[in-house]
Ligand binder design. Sequence first.
Ligand code: ADP
Ligand code: MG
Length: 226
Amino acid sequence: MLALDGVQRVFEDGHQIYALRETCLSVAAGDFVTVTGASGSGKSTLLNILGLLDTPTSGSYRVFGNETTQMDERLRGSVRGQMFGFVFQAFHLLPGRTALENVELGMIYRPVERKTRRSLALAALDRMGLASRARSDPRTLSGGERQRVAIARAIAGGPSVLFCDEPTGSLDSANTNMVLEVLEEIHREGLTIVVVTHDPVVARRGLRRLKVHDGRVSELIPDGNS
Ligand code: ADP
Ligand code: MG
């Protein structure tokens, strides 16, 4: 479904920073991939490229067989909006809007009618166990609840892949566990998920585990002793 081939990402900051070096990686439909590595190793760079939030300096990135590196920003944005959902560490929910409105806002770039948007948003919140908080301002919710609203927003429109960058980075261990259970459940229901995390506890929950070290991505071979 997603295929990186010889991808590099080099940043210029007075000198060259090789955030991602010669990377080949495929993600198949139904994968649940975790990516771990130290701070600054290149995890977010990898996720941003996979999610079409960033473009490789060189190499090929195909999504469902379509080369994306030659696409203009409008097309990339449309592929991203149709196919991908995102969850970040800091939730990025709008205060002063209800949880329901926040989830609906996640679908404004999708070709769905307003009424359908509302029912999809309600269904997504319900799936996250938050139907009763639909009218709440995110500021009144706990961190774990906020992240579940953010997940509802990311999945409500029915993306093909959910990308999460440090989704539990602002949560305590009980809420971390709850968010992981939610991700595992939506994975069982068929969603492809890529989670980037510096937390080894979270990384161990992946069915496929990758490690990034100094811009190099390697796959950890499952050994059954996780
Ligand atoms: P991680 O998510 O693993 O902490 P990142 O992917 O954010 O790491 O960063 C990898 C490397 O690329 C780091 O050295 C970081 O400083 C650098 N980097 C990331 N984004 C930029 C940018 N926009 N400009 C310059 N350097 C960047
Ligand atoms: Mg990061």
